[in-house]
Design a protein around this ligand. Structure first.
Ligand SMILES: [Mn+2]
Length: 341
């Protein structure tokens, strides 16, 4: 009898221990599972912060393979005019419907090979920006670019520093998305042919080959300004732009030097496809020609390793997200005793 009840007890203790073990095992598994989901959600949000969840679902179900190397819907030569007065509200209505907040776009039916941040250094040029947005958004969509527009505004009224703004734009864009290509464009430059692709190539790309202002020819061989595209790797290799070109002139020849020193070659579209129309304008306030800048160009080879992305300092004053662009106001820390004479 005693032996029987002992067996009975032993059987039930083993059974309850097994049940306890099974319970603990499943409980841990479910709580682990929900944690992973949360983590997954968090990483999606962090890598694509400008995308709303609804659209990302649509993209996931309809995005099939990679986008074709040559976008299929390009038009070729374009008619561009700046006589029409364009307000931001109008442009938003005309070209904004496929955009997400921040001037963000992803082709709906294919996956782009590159993620492109378009950086526009800016101050006092609202009218030019409206023209630029009106023309560029539809072009970039036809080119099937995965892109955002960053307008980097110099805060305050101190001496302009375009190159430093572009460095800041690079740094700020990378905080939002893992871009692998950066297009730096003047706000007054509109391409006249949509076959001029806003993407990165094996060598740093000079897109603005022929500007109407210079009769559609290169004013000099080493010019590397107006609109340029560098991969993240290329931009890091040259340490970005110099931060020390205050006022007008020189910064584009300085980056041309950096590219020549560190990478050797550049690439360009052919002279017909690489045509641009520039918006005519008077010289901006607080951006006078700096007569010291041309002399600095002889120093690039000695200074570029310590003057650039690795010495960049600025303060973000404001970030506004429009449907058509992300507007970042940056204090570039204008030196107090700056002498442009
Ligand atoms: Mn200009």
């Amino acid at each position: 009898m005693l032996r029987k009840s002992f067996r009975f007890l032993a059987f039930y203790s083993v059974l309850s221990l097994t049940c306890l073990a099974v319970f603990i095992f499943f409980h841990r598994k479910t709580s682990l599972g929900s944690q992973t989901d949360k983590e997954r959600q968090l990483s999606v949000n962090m890598s694509e912060p400008l995308q709303n969840p609804g659209t990302s679902e649509v993209n996931q179900t309809s995005a099939s393979g990679p986008c074709p190397n040559t976008p299929p819907d390009l038009l070729g030569p374009l008619h561009v005019e700046f006589e029409t007065n364009r307000t931001l509200d109008e442009v938003r209505e005309q070209v904004g419907s496929a955009l997400q907040l921040g001037g963000r776009y992803k082709p709906p039916n294919c996956v782009s090979k590159q993620k492109v941040a378009i950086i526009i250094p800016f101050r006092y040029r609202d009218e030019h920006l409206n023209h630029w947005l009106y023309y560029l958004h539809p072009i970039l969509m036809r080119q099937q670019v995965d892109y955002s527009i960053y307008v980097i505004n110099q805060y305050g009224h101190g001496v302009f520093n375009k190159a430093k703004l572009m460095n800041a734009g690079y740094a700020e864009a990378l905080k939002e998305y893992d871009y692998d290509c950066f297009v730096f464009s003047d706000v007054d430059m509109v391409p006249l042919d949509d076959r001029n692709l806003y993407r990165c190539f094996d060598s740093p790309r000079h897109l603005a080959v022929g500007v109407d202002k210079f009769n559609f020819t290169l004013p000099y061989k080493n010019i590397f300004g107006g609109v340029i595209a560098l991969s993240k790797e290329q931009f890091l290799k040259i340490n970005g732009f110099s931060n020390t070109y205050w006022g007008w002139g020189g910064e584009d020849d300085d980056i041309s030097n950096r590219v020549r020193i560190r990478i050797k070659s550049i690439s360009r579209p052919d002279s017909l496809i690489g045509r641009y129309k520039m918006i005519h304008h008077d010289r901006d306030l607080h951006n006078d020609v700096n007569p010291h800048n041309p002399y600095k160009l002889h120093e690039t080879i000695k200074t570029f390793k310590r003057d650039g992305l690795n010495s960049l300092n600025y303060t973000v004053k404001d970030i506004k997200r429009d449907k058509l662009f992300t507007f970042i106001s940056v204090d570039v820390h204008v030196p107090s005793g700056l002498n442009l004479k």
